[in-house]
Design a protein around this ligand. Structure first.
Ligand SMILES: [Zn+2]
Length: 193
């Protein structure tokens, strides 16, 4: 019985220490006092098409350390959503890129990869993929207050290197769902090559 009370008292003591921000790590004893002032500005959403042969291959490619490529979200051919990197972290999806005066858009964007065996240049994306994508875009646009004019394709921000999400990507569908602006629909020719 005494043991029980000792354990209970110890547990309570630890909980009180944790409550007051006391932590123990490799650096010794320290205090955790969280500040809300951190993170990175999220101003863009970049849409990609994978160009790999299967959902499974795409997902493992994007999680393979040696490939040095990732994205925040991956939408497979059935429209299933996967999150690979936290929004607050920088994923490696845009590479050398620019839009207006902004450069290296990895730092200020979220990357969404959609599975497509030909990166949208030969095979259309599925209805389920658009459904998941539009729902996700709505959520992210509202959460981070991103202008719809900043929802772009990889081909927009790296025009000399990239063609994804490809000429078969249906920007009209996004426009009618209010998750991209009219210029995307009008200028989609720039992604056709
Ligand atoms: Zn891409």
């Amino acid at each position: 019985m005494l043991i029980f009370f000792i354990i209970l008292a110890l547990l309570l003591f630890v909980m009180i220490l944790l409550f007051f921000g006391v932590r123990v790590g490799k650096q010794g004893i320290y205090f955790w006092k969280k500040s809300p002032n951190f993170g990175r500005p999220i101003r863009y959403i970049i849409i990609h098409g994978t160009g790999l042969t299967s959902d499974k291959e795409a997902l493992s490619y994007l999680r393979d350390k040696s490939k040095e490529v990732s994205c925040h979200y991956f939408i497979d051919s059935k429209g299933t959503l996967f999150q690979l990197v936290r929004d607050s972290d920088i994923a490696w999806h845009a590479g050398e890129s620019f839009w207006g005066n902004d450069k290296s858009l990895n730092f200020t964007s979220l990357g969404i990869e959609l599975f497509n065996p030909s990166a949208g240049n030969g095979k259309a994306y599925t209805a389920q993929q658009y459904r998941t994508l539009i729902k996700l875009l709505n959520l992210l646009i509202n959460k981070y207050d991103i202008p719809v004019s900043n929802v772009l394709g990889h081909c927009d921000i790296a025009p000399d290197r990239k063609t994804d999400p490809g000429y078969l990507f249906d920007w009209d569908r996004l426009y009618y769902a209010n998750v991209c602006d009219l210029s995307r629909v009008q200028k989609r020719g720039r992604c056709e090559r």
